[in-house]
Design a protein around this ligand. Structure first.
Ligand SMILES: *Cc1c(COP(=O)(O)O)cnc(C)c1O
Length: 380
């Protein structure tokens, strides 16, 4: 037997209480009992998103809600801007293309954050841009984009909305939707929400709902107006993944029990320890600017294929971390520290990384990463 550890940026480990709840017999989704569950879930989703708006729930992976944020907000030929600094930024661009949106890419070098000024310039250049699509945390590069500053620019423009994929930011970092004036926030179940994959969420500002009214792109399952109407009656439009909703009730309780402030602090501490530890081993962070607290992207040492690191760490120690995608494939590895994560996940990851790098011939002082992680986590 080999004990397994899931330290990739999604899916992430599920807390025991949620696992236990999800093993209970299925509740019928039109029964009054389900409405009671959904009422609590709706309230606590608003707490998590820090919004007064209804948080829409769909049975799909995160990309489903992303797609809905194009098909429900725009019409064919509308102008849009997608910040493309990683795999998920590319996804925004590709979805817009698929829906015949006139989308421009704002290309950002991988590993870097977008400058708010470049967004302002793009909007001045093309005032017809109706929506700006961005990630808060770009999971493929480990970057955290300055969404607050970008929201400040866009909220002054009545004809433009900001759509933020916060799939590895919500529940990790403070992204208060209403306070910052973010028009749309999207997340999924399998990242900071600590659930299996299969639920996607989107919350829209009043301004964004105005865009929904004017949108003529085709939509059926991901119909935001229809889902909102149903939710207001403590129902879902179509059969939801009932077990995941039951799990969601539990993880939202746990997030509320801990309190958002502490949740953010915990993630910041774990992220800080991992960054310090890998650098103490002589490794370099891939993320050149503001890093996301959800995961740490690290350059593989010169001459060592990152794929070998992720393979060996999985096969020998049962630990799943992530490699790089596309342009970063073979060059970087990514250690996640989001969701149901604590100090000893960091210790586990760094300890295994030391063992694997040693085996692959990387020269460094054994224990240097661990020592640095322990100091960061536990003090002197
Ligand atoms: C995981 C993730 C997604 C969603 O991917 P799905 O596989 O569709 O759940 C989207 N954006 C970011 C930034 C992500 O990390």
């Amino acid at each position: 037997m080999q004990k397994k550890y899931l330290l990739a940026p999604g899916p992430t480990p599920v807390p025991e209480r949620a696992l236990a709840d999800m093993s209970l017999p299925i509740v019928h989704h039109r029964a009054p009992e389900y409405s009671v569950i959904l009422q609590e879930v709706r309230d606590n989703l608003k707490y998590l998103f820090q919004t007064k708006q209804e948080v829409l729930i769909f049975t799909s992976s995160g990309t489903g809600a992303m797609e809905g944020c194009v098909s429900n907000l725009l019409s064919a030929g509308d102008h849009a801007l997608a910040v493309r600094g990683g795999k998920f930024g590319e996804r925004w661009f590709d979805i817009c293309k698929a829906y015949s949106v006139n989308v421009k890419a704002l290309d950002v070098e991988w590993g870097h954050t977008v400058s708010p000024k470049s967004i302002e310039d793009a909007l001045n250049e093309d005032p017809e841009i109706k929506a700006v699509y961005i990630q808060a945390s770009e999971t493929s590069t480990g970057v955290y984009h300055p969404v607050k500053e970008i929201a400040d620019i866009i909220k002054k423009r009545p004809n433009t909305i900001l759509v933020v994929d916060a799939i590895t930011a919500l529940g990790v970092t403070n992204v208060p939707q209403d306070e910052w004036g973010i028009d749309v926030v999207v997340t999924g179940s399998q990242k900071a929400l600590m659930l299996p994959p299969g639920l996607a969420f989107a919350s829209l500002s009043e301004k964004a709902w105005g865009f929904v009214e004017k949108s003529t792109l085709p939509k059926y399952y991901f119909n935001f107006k229809k889902e909102k109407k149903s939710l207001e009656k403590n129902q879902n439009a179509y059969t939801p993944n009932v077990q995941l909703i039951v799990g969601l009730r539990e993880v939202l309780r746990e997030i509320k029990e801990e309190g958002l402030e502490k949740v953010f602090k915990r993630h910041a501490n774990l992220a800080n320890a991992v960054r310090i530890a890998v650098q103490a081993m002589g490794l370099k962070l891939y993320t050149a600017d503001e890093p996301s607290n959800a995961l740490t992207a690290v350059w593989a040492p010169e001459g060592i294929d990152a794929g070998k690191i992720t393979k060996l760490i999985r096969e020998k120690y049962g630990i799943t971390i992530a490699g790089g995608q596309d342009a970063a494939k073979g060059k970087i590895f990514r250690i996640a520290h989001l969701g149901y994560a604590g100090c000893f996940d960091v210790i586990t990851a760094i300890s295994a990384l030391e063992a694997v790098l040693k085996e692959l011939g990387y020269k460094f002082e054994t224990g240097s990463g661990l020592k640095a992680a322990q100091k960061a986590l536990f003090g002197e």
